[in-house]
Design a protein around this ligand. Structure first.
Ligand code: PRP
Length: 211
């Protein structure tokens, strides 16, 4: 029997994903050691391998079959646009994709002005403004701390995820428009879904029972 390989997005989602696996009796204690620099972990009992990667790389590993299964946020799935099967909404990591900014930017949005939009998610932002809002905007790609952009005058608004809203509040910004809800999803490589259907379907069934 070959190993089934899981790619987990580093950070909050990985921790929750491991808790979920524990609930169905799959343990990978080695992975919880915060001091470890090891990249790949094996569960011999069930012939499973796990690795942690940057969130946006998870769909890439899964599309190419380097991982059979991935746990990743819906935001990343939408942004990366990879060919894979999304099989389960895991129900954790819930947040919203939103257009945010100072209240004063609301008028610019309403009047369809040519504004600058800073974001870590250029594809999602482009799809929203061009295809749904039919508004031409300039999209500026950033890699983090997106809330800074309207404060220092890089952009009028941002497109970003809002979980508790604390980052916005502490920086004097508001949600101006909601684009859509997000949560963690399980994704599967399209060939693995056929070749390893029995094992993967069994894991999906087990996870469903504890969700
Ligand atoms: C995310 C997001 C917001 C924040 C939202 O950033 O980009 O900044 O979390 O969470 P809140 O509504 O609970 O405040 P993350 O912490 O992933 O880091 P980043 O800014 O480097 O992307």
């Amino acid at each position: 029997m070959r190993y089934l390989t899981f790619a987990l997005g580093k950070g909050r989602l990985a921790k929750k994903a491991l808790e979920l696996f524990e609930k169905i009796g799959i343990r990978c204690d080695e992975m919880k050691d915060p001091d470890s620099r090891k990249l790949i972990f094996v569960n011999e009992e069930r012939k499973l391998r796990f690795f942690l990667s940057k969130g946006p790389d998870v769909p890439t590993y899964v599309e190419y079959g380097a991982a059979d299964i991935g746990i990743v946020g819906k935001d990343t799935i939408l942004e990366e646009g990879r060919k894979l099967y999304e099989v389960l909404d895991l129900g954790f990591g819930k947040c919203d994709m939103c257009v945010c900014g100072p209240q004063s930017a609301k008028e610019l949005l309403n009047h369809g002005q040519l504004i600058r939009v800073a974001t870590k998610y250029p594809h999602i932002a482009k799809d929203y403004f061009y295809n749904k809002r039919h508004q031409t905007v300039e999209i500026i790609k950033l890699n983090g701390s997106i809330e800074l952009a309207p404060i220092v005058g890089l952009s009028e608004v941002i497109v970003d995820i809002v979980e508790t809203g604390a980052t916005l509040r502490e920086n004097g910004l508001d949600v101006l428009e909601k684009i859509g809800p997000l949560s963690a999803r399980m994704v599967v490589n399209q060939v693995s879904m056929k070749m390893e259907n029995e094992r993967i379907s069994q894991i999906i069934r087990e996870i469903r029972t504890v969700l």
